[in-house]
Design a binder for this molecule. Structure first.
Ligand code: SAM
Ligand code: MD0
Ligand code: SF4
Length: 384
């Protein structure tokens, strides 16, 4: 990534794009749309698509600068960190983009014991993360048998052992289980649609139902959890599709929204696809910030590792996700081993990159305050 992000005085270069605090535009229409967002007005889908289509580095730089200003307005210079625990990689599904799809013999398969997960969660908490993300593939031992007791027991045990919020990313679960997850201590339910184009969805998430995957997020909110929604970039979607997704995320009131570049995976039907230009992910993050101003937007370490972190933060992201301890023998999703073994996907590994941008870690209290503002009911108490 240093190939396209070079530090140079106070400005940064991403490809040809200079990132600083100037709000300069060649395109007057883009400028007026960005001003509308800076004045806290909601952008239409057409305006969102217009910004996503910008290609002049000067205009893109202007959008990044505006996104950074908006992040500062709502979050100051504080960034949140998420620890990632992918605790079972066995999956019953066949998503075409995913390394862990059932028929793939090339992906590492493992199931971590509850004791292993608890140890990793505690270590992550000690290292300074603000949240533990318990992620699983749709493991046939759980989803296949529709027996979620293992997941609920694990969640309860982790809840008892750590004092920071918890996200679960278990795939689609029955509605009744969402209430159980909430009561067992899950603050967040993450479930990414990948796209809001139904035709494309059916090509990506083979034999899965679009409406079921949307509805489960609605129920999760009713059950008191915050929700994360996300899209993949470079999987055959148009700019219109991306803009539509950004508006659908607003419609469901997602509290955290993400865009991740598709990374081709060996042994899958999409292994020969190209990964999209990174500039597109950065512009999508920035436009998401303009539209979803006060929400959480990840800079995932799972796409380019630490090398891609600063560019995503400069585009307006405010959460570093996919922090993985080196000792746990754990995998990432899109980059199953990038930077993990060498200990760079850790809180200590990323802090210097934040410091260079004059950003810093939020406190756990800051984070809990944020989620309490949006949660219907919360077990977390912040004194003072
Ligand atoms: N199995 C659960 C599910 O599908 O909802 C949760 C984990 S799933 C592995 C998490 C997310 O990783 C997917 O929703 C997708 O957005 C992302 N992902 C998977 N494969 C990817 C790839 N090749 N490139 C980029 N992102 C990917
Ligand atoms: C990430 N690999 O944050 C993780 C994952 C699941 N909730 C998150 C996609 O990039
Ligand atoms: Fe399984 Fe999730 Fe991968 Fe789909 S994205 S194959 S559900 S792990």
């Amino acid at each position: 990534m240093t190939k396209y992000l070079k530090k140079c005085g106070i400005a940064f270069y991403i490809g040809e794009i200079r990132v600083n605090n100037e709000l300069e535009f060649n395109d007057k229409k883009a400028e007026s749309i960005v001003e509308k967002a800076l004045n806290l007005n909601t952008l239409s889908r057409v305006e969102t698509e217009y910004l996503l289509g910008l290609r002049d580095p000067v205009d893109i730089e202007g959008v990044f600068s505006a996104a950074k200003r908006i992040r500062e307005k709502f979050f100051g210079n504080k960034i949140f960190f998420y620890g990632f625990i992918y605790f079972t990689t066995y999956c019953r599904n066949r998503c075409t983009f995913c390394f862990y799809r059932k028929p793939n013999l090339k992906s590492p398969r493992y199931r971590k014991t509850p004791e292993e997960v608890i140890k990793i969660a505690k270590d992550l908490e000690d290292s300074g993360v603000h949240l533990i993300d318990l992620t699983m593939s749709e493991d046939p031992l759980i989803h296949g048998r529709q027996d979620f007791s293992k997941l609920l027991d694990l969640l309860k045990r982790v809840r008892n052992e750590v004092d920071i919020p918890i996200m679960v990313s278990p795939g689609v679960v029955p509605h009744k289980i969402l209430g159980d997850l909430s009561r067992a201590g899950a603050d967040w339910y993450a479930c990414y649609q990948e796209t809001h184009n139904r035709d494309l969805f059916s090509k990506l998430r083979i034999d899965q139902d679009y409406d079921t995957r949307m509805r489960v997020k609605e129920i999760a909110v009713k059950e008191g959890m915050l929700i994360e929604e996300g899209i993949l970039l470079g999987v055959g979607e148009s700019l219109k599709d991306r803009a539509y997704s950004i508006s659908e995320m607003k419609k469901i009131n997602a509290h955290q929204i993400r865009a991740m570049s598709f990374i081709p995976q060996i042994g899958t039907p999409m292994e020969n696809w190209r990964t999209p230009p990174r500039e597109e992910e950065l512009l999508t993050i920035a436009v998401m910030r303009l539209v979803h101003q006060d929400k959480l937007i990840p800079a995932s370490l799972d796409i380019e590792g630490v090398a891609g972190l600063q560019a995503r933060l400069m585009a307006g992201a405010n959460v570093v996700t996919s922090i993985i301890p080196p000792q746990g023998d754990l995998a990432g999703v899109a980059q199953h081993d990038l930077d993990i073994r060498i200990g760079k996907r850790t809180v200590d590994g990323i802090k210097p990159y934040l410091k260079e941008l004059k950003l810093k870690s939020a406190t756990v209290k800051d984070y809990i305050r944020w989620i309490e503002k949006y949660k219907k009911f919360s077990p977390h108490k912040v004194s003072s």
